[in-house]
Design a protein around this ligand. Structure first.
Ligand SMILES: NC(=O)c1ccc[n+]([C@@H]2O[C@H](COP(=O)([O-])OP(=O)(O)OC[C@H]3O[C@@H](n4cnc5c(N)ncnc54)[C@H](O)[C@@H]3O)[C@@H](O)[C@H]2O)c1
Ligand SMILES: [Fe+2]
Length: 383
């Protein structure tokens, strides 16, 4: 029963310029806001791509001073952020633009946080109430997604790992929301098929986990359900025969996933995070493999929600079982693995993985409680 006497807070995000060619508006936007000294934060792969060089020259052609910081890990760590922060200060920048996938945008956001906040970076960890220390101004911050997955472009958090343990920490504050997002699907046209599939499955996981997460948040539910529909109809095309329509749908649906998961995530993300910490598995791939198993765990008792998901996916049979089978089929169709064994997990990893998953910050929002024993069972099933 929903308690209608409880006051809830719903936050929805920021200005989004969405569509083919949106990135061309960036120089005018900077000029209109008096910004002249940009720190472009990206990763080492994107920094070499033609579209990135194009963004850079579109700025230098307008007399904007550009500094690029791209020394970041696949699963970014605190020292990446600290290095970027030094570059920002030493080269006297006036704004930060995160260009790339979730990794680059998260590092950019964490650099933005670090400029006027001088405690240890992990003092700002949301799980220990760190957002209370986010009291100072944050430099002007812009995001430019180049994958369609995390939706970090509209996020207010940065996921950064500890250098030594690789445990993922979550830095959060409403102040970390980008002032504006330039979401241009053309930037994703050359995204390799594996990355398209893996990041797309991350986005699907966000929409699905948010839709069934605990709590009363019909705005997030509506967005999540439409995100599921869009991804279901476009992920195969975006992966196997990309065109502007499939790329556009994936980009908006991944952004919708991140809006929806303000409601919360669940068991699948808690299963996925330890794989990145322990084995450096890509975040989207880790979610893709675990998604059918995690959803199968959630099915009993959530028949009504799974019927709605099955409808959004236009499945003949409107049941949780049909949804789970469909998720396995999507992974197969995308050429993604469907077992943990196929991504290097073995039986000896399971105890440690279960400890890490149980300690993870996502599953408390799962619609049903998840015990350490459940995590062990789920990993074993997926092996
Ligand atoms: N902040 C959040 O809310 C949030 C949510 C989920 C995940 N995350 C974090 O995001 C990270 C994962 O992000 P991701 O899935 O976008 O992966 P990613 O940023 O690691 O990018 C995947 C790969 O694609 C390459 N790439 C990016 N854009 C490209 C393009 N247009 N063309 C060709 N190659 C391109 C990158 O160089 C990289 O090798 C993880 O660190 C995860 O923890 C953050
Ligand atoms: Fe995710």
């Amino acid at each position: 029963m929903t308690d209608f006497n409880t006051i809830r807070q719903y936050n929805f995000p920021t200005t989004i310029r969405f569509g083919a060619g949106a990135i061309k508006e960036l120089p005018d936007h900077l000029a209109a806001n008096g910004l002249k000294r940009v720190l472009l934060v990206t990763d080492p792969v994107v920094s070499d791509l033609d579209f990135f060089k194009g963004i850079k020259s579109s700025l230098t052609n307008r007399s904007v001073s550009v500094e690029v910081f791209s020394e970041i890990h696949k699963n970014p760590v605190k020292s990446d952020v600290l290095k970027g922060s030094v570059v920002f200060k030493q080269t006297a920048r006036d704004c930060i633009i995160g260009v790339g996938g979730g990794a680059a945008m998260d590092v950019a956001r964490a650099i933005a946080l670090s400029i006027n906040h001088h405690r240890d970076l992990f003092d700002y960890d949301d799980l220990i109430g760190g957002d209370q220390y986010v009291t100072e101004a944050v430099p002007y911050f812009i995001t430019v997604p180049t994958t369609s997955g995390t939706g970090s472009e509209v996020g207010r958090s940065a996921i950064i790992s500890e250098d030594d343990t690789h445990r993922k920490r979550i830095l959060f504050s409403p102040k970390l929301l980008a002032k504006i997002v330039f979401a241009d699907p053309l930037l994703t046209m050359e995204l390799p098929s594996f990355v398209t599939a893996a990041t797309g499955m991350d986005a699907l996981t966000h929409n699905m986990e948010a839709f069934i997460a605990k709590g009363f948040h019909p705005m997030a539910d509506g967005i999540g359900l439409e995100g599921i529909r869009l991804i279901n109809e476009s992920i195969a095309a975006a992966t196997n025969q990309p065109d502007l329509e499939s790329r556009s749908k994936m980009m908006i649906a991944s952004l919708m996933g991140a809006v929806a998961f303000q409601k919360g995530l669940g068991v699948v993300h808690s299963l996925a995070h330890p794989l990145s910490s322990l084995l450096d598995t890509h975040h989207g791939l880790a979610n893709a493999v675990n998604l059918p198993y995690g959803m199968r765990f959630n099915t009993p008792g959530l028949e009504a929600q799974f019927t709605r998901i099955a409808r959004a996916m236009e499945l003949k049979e409107e049941t949780g079982n049909a949804v789970v089978n469909h998720l396995f089929a999507i992974n197969n169709q995308l050429g993604l693995p469907t077992t943990l064994g196929a991504i290097g997990v073995n039986a000896e990893h399971i105890e440690t993985l279960a400890d890490l998953a149980f300690a993870d910050f996502c599953h408390p929002n799962n619609p049903k409680p998840v015990t350490r024993e459940d995590f062990k069972k789920l990993y074993t099933e997926a092996l």
